[in-house]
Design a protein around this ligand. Structure first.
Ligand code: NAD
Length: 338
């Protein structure tokens, strides 16, 4: 990845706080900050260091809940937090099963973070939205053409998770307008990376393919082999967040689409695994829609504006991402689950 001059010399005066920091993406954001010589402040409701590996001595972890606004504000004031990278979330299946709790954590929790940042005088909040705000992708945006989707595509979420992210997008725009707060949202496509299978279970089909292959276990999926999607490697997602924290601001857009620009399918994952584990026995039947959510949320996101304003371009192609996934599992001491 090309680093802009600004990112290369980024040296925040105050602390950088990551919420949801022990999760799949947060762990790599912490790693990216440590690499830049920054000691991040981590906040998560679980003190689980399993995805942080050897970083444990280079970070400070506060066990806390983003719904506890007074504590959040106290921590941010005391630690002089300059930038917040806000990731804490209730993911898709849990959100669908419990809409009220999803609204609390994803929507109210994000507003708590915006308010705490305001009270603490933080300069910037970077938070993660999702392509789920768009809902179903039809016509030229769907199979087989996958025309890249830009920031101004109509937002019509089909899930509770997508609805909560849309609510935060709308409120973030108000916070920018009313208080002049420097808030940037990033819409990610599907993410693959170590830890997803452990943390997100069955929705991580790409992790099942990779880890089955690495574990030497056969995997046969009956269908879905013709479906393509935008798959961003977790280290690229983390780098995008760090680049956004460091980018000159305020940014012209309140929210950016991030993606690879290249549709890939499950069979591409199988081929990439075979390059790392030649004995991998993975078969995938034909057809579309392997997630089976009842609508099609597969699409490629157009990252042109993110490249222009945030200086972010993905570094990993699929073979490179899968190779790094295997190495990272080993480095973290995690057994492939498959
Ligand atoms: N993984 C993906 O495919 C994907 C795709 C698009 C967007 N995103 C977004 O990226 C962000 C990070 O996702 P992830 O994959 O790392 O998720 P994750 O589930 O691995 O991590 C989320 C973390 O948030 C913590 N958390 C949950 N509720 C909390 C609360 N009330 N207070 C404090 N901590 C709490 C959890 O303990 C967990 O460690 C989320 O905003 C998510 O919506 C993820």
């Amino acid at each position: 990845m090309k680093e802009s001059k600004k990112q290369a010399t980024w040296a925040p005066q105050g602390r950088v706080l990551i919420t949801g920091a022990t999760g799949v993406i947060g762990s790599w954001v912490a790693a990216g900050l440590v690499e830049r010589g920054i000691r991040p402040l981590l906040l998560d409701q679980r003190a689980d260091y399993s995805l942080l590996g050897s970083l444990k001595d280079n970070v400070d972890l506060v066990v806390g809940d983003i719904l506890d606004w007074p504590t959040l504000t106290r921590v941010m004031l005391k630690e002089k937090v300059e930038v917040v990278i806000h990731l804490a979330v209730l993911m898709i299946p849990a959100a669908q099963a419990n809409p009220y709790q999803a609204f609390q954590v994803n929507a109210q929790g994000s507003i708590n973070v915006f308010e705490a940042a305001r009270a603490a005088g933080s300069h910037r909040v970077v938070w993660v939205s999702s392509r789920s705000v768009f809902g179903q992708f039809d016509g030229e945006f769907g199979h087989p053409t996958y025309r890249p989707v830009d920031e101004y595509h109509p937002r019509q979420p089909r899930t509770v998770y997508g609805a909560t992210k849309l609510a935060v997008e709308a409120m973030a725009e108000q916070y920018r307008r009313i208080y002049g707060q420097d808030i940037i949202g990033l819409r990610f496509p599907a993410i693959y990376g170590p830890g997803r299978l452990q943390r997100h279970g069955a929705i991580s089909l790409t992790s099942r393919i990779i880890e089955s292959g690495l574990a030497g276990r056969s995997l046969s999926l009956p269908d879905g082999g013709d479906q393509k999607d935008d798959q961003l490697y977790v280290k690229d997602a983390a780098e995008a967040l760090v680049a956004s924290a460091a980018a000159p601001g305020p940014t012209p857009e309140p929210v950016y689409n991030l993606g690879t620009g290249h549709p890939v399918g499950l069979r591409d994952f199988a081929a990439a695994v075979k390059a790392v584990a030649p004995g991998a026995d993975i078969t995938i039947g034909p057809g579309l829609d392997y997630v089976k959510m009842g609508y099609t949320e597969y699409a490629v996101l157009d990252g042109t504006r993110a490249a222009r304003d945030l200086g972010f371009v993905p570094r990993f192609d699929l073979p490179g991402g899968v190779r790094d996934y295997a190495e990272s599992l080993r480095a973290l001491g995690l057994k492939p689950l498959g």
